[in-house]
Design a protein around this ligand. Structure first.
Ligand code: UDX
Ligand code: ADP
Length: 478
């Protein structure tokens, strides 16, 4: 395969990864035509909306990038066939959730969407293509993609598969894409592999300096993605574990985090104690790592990483149980107001959000939940809870504890925080949206049932100030 210049890119999957990544590639490479494809027609229609406030994902700065490139060299469409045919390079950015059935259930990534992409590409392509895996994938997926492509592709058509993990964090995706710490590209060691790597390097080199573009063999690249997320999640679980000890000893986790973060060997990032990490990557990637270790008969290594997820589950459960015990051991029919539902601020993504698990625990105990989140819809919140229930049933063969109708009768979603908070017995802060810091807490206190409790899962309010107003405050790690 020669090192032909790439002029046409196609991306399968217009989600949180594919959408922003392709928008930035199109913005920075006006000479390349970028087509983003999705099976979901509604999603594509939203990407094509003239009102940029309706883009299917919320990400600061994304609207500006889309408005600059869309219609010029960035296009969103459902026409898979045409755009695969035209493309020199095809990114696979489809979802890879944790399997909910069969072998590896609850651990391994479900690769059915990736496999379908490989089969689609193989059946359509009539010329050589470079395939770039962008989805979070287990180690050796590139090899599986290549096997499918080579076995089912058309005679004489050759494929190179690269691994190019995405390190953007939601909420800061555009900034992370514009100024990446590094871009990682893994490829085969032979000449064809090196040519393919070079073709992708050339694209990023339009705005990223070459020293920041790291090239490796495929498996190192795949494993680096899992390892980076496992290390980051481990830091959060480590500080969350210490937060429990702080609460027992009178230490303040914020002071501890600051003190240890000053050590340049430790560093200050990812040391914010919280109600627990969420998001589509951390838990999934660690479980992938654990599955991989078990597969290769490394039980000690598997147990080591699994503990990061266990501490995270413990932190969410601890937070919910504390609400119940503090409210005199019963929350039956009590109104608990949730500030925030997204897994972090500045995103409308709710996958694996701690709020879902905390809400579920409270519902089991008879609580009534009123949610306000600036970017998450009522439908999303209700379906997150239903999805969790279904997962639990699949695991335990139990019957559905709450139907979607039950959930709608017990979980109310508001457009205004003040509606959610009025007459509440307690407030739980689950996401660190900046606007929560600006609220009129005296007014809120006056509207609540007394004693008025605040459970701060994100270090958003000053315990001291809130206690002065009259609130009873629980802050993680204090
Ligand atoms: C993560 C990685 O950061 C990114 O590089 C990778 O590509 C995808 O996975 P993301 O899941 O979008 O990104 O968000 P991140 O900022 O890493 O936060 C993950 C979770 O950890 C959030 O729920 C966040 O609130 C929580 N967190 C993070 C903490 O609780 N404390 C911290 O100090 C940092
Ligand atoms: P991520 O966070 O990894 O980007 P998302 O779920 O936000 O995950 O986006 C993945 C997208 O991929 C979804 O919009 C889904 O419809 C799309 N998708 C899944 N399979 C295919 C496929 N074979 N071709 C095109 N798009 C696909």
């Amino acid at each position: 395969m020669s090192s032909k210049k790439v002029t046409n890119i196609c991306c399968l999957g217009a989600g949180y990864v594919g959408g922003p990544t392709m928008a930035v590639i199109a913005q920075k490479c006006p000479h390349i035509k970028v087509n983003v494809i999705d099976l979901n027609k509604e999603r594509i229609a939203l990407w094509n909306e003239s009102d940029l406030g309706k883009l299917p994902i919320y990400e600061p700065g994304l609207d500006d990038v889309v408005s600059e490139a869309r219609g010029r060299n960035l296009f969103f469409s459902t026409d898979i066939e045409r755009h695969i045919l035209e493309a020199d390079m095809i990114f696979i950015s489809v979802n890879t959730p944790t399997k909910t059935y069969g072998v590896g259930r609850g651990m391994a990534s479900d690769l059915k969407y990736v496999e379908l992409c490989a089969r689609q590409i193989a059946s359509i392509a009539t010329s050589d293509k470079i395939i770039v895996e962008k989805s979070t994938l287990p180690v050796r997926t590139a090899e599986a993609i290549k096997t499918i492509l080579d076995a089912t592709g058309k005679e004489g058509v050759r494929f190179q598969v690269l691994s190019n993990p995405e390190f953007l964090a939601e909420g800061t995706a555009i900034e992370d894409l514009h100024f990446p710490d590094r871009v990682l590209i893994g490829g085969e060691e032979d000449q064809d592999g090196q040519n393919a790597i070079q073709a992708l390097v050339e694209i990023y080199a339009n705005w990223v300096s070459r020293e920041r573009i790291v090239t490796t063999r495929v498996w190192s690249s795949e494993l680096s993605k899992l390892t980076a997320n496992a290390f980051l999640a481990q830091r959060v679980s480590s500080i969350n574990a210490i937060s429990a000890l702080c609460e027992k000893t009178g230490a303040d986790v914020k002071e501890v985090a600051y003190a240890i973060g000053q050590d340049s060997r430790i560093g200050s990032k990812f040391l914010k104690a919280s109600v627990g990490f969420g998001g589509s990557c951390f838990q999934k990637d660690i479980l992938n790592l654990v599955y991989l270790c078990r597969h290769f008969n490394l039980p000690e290594v598997a147990d080591y990483w699994q503990q990061v997820v266990k501490i995270n589950d413990y932190q969410k459960e601890r937070f919910a149980k504390n609400i119940i015990s503090t409210l005199f051991n019963t929350i039956s029919d009590k109104k608990i107001a949730f500030l925030g539902w997204a897994f972090k601020k500045d995103t409308n993504d709710t996958r694996e959000s701690a709020a879902i698990y905390v809400a579920d625990e409270l519902l089991q105990d008879g609580g009534i939940i009123h949610v306000y989140d600036p970017k998450v819809s009522a439908d999303q919140i209700h379906s997150d809870l239903e999805y969790l229930q279904r997962n639990r049933i699949e695991k335990s063969n139990d019957k559905l504890a709450f139907t979607i109708e039950d959930i709608k009768k017990r979980v109310f979603v508001h457009d205004s925080p003040y509606n959610a908070l009025t007459n509440a017995h307690a407030i739980a802060i689950l996401t660190e949206w900046d606007e929560f810091k600006t609220y009129d807490w005296i007014n809120i206190y006056n509207k609540m049932i007394k004693p008025a409790f605040v459970f701060d899962g994100r270090d958003m309010v000053s315990k001291k100030e809130m206690e002065k107003i009259g609130f009873k405050v629980y802050s993680i790690g204090k």
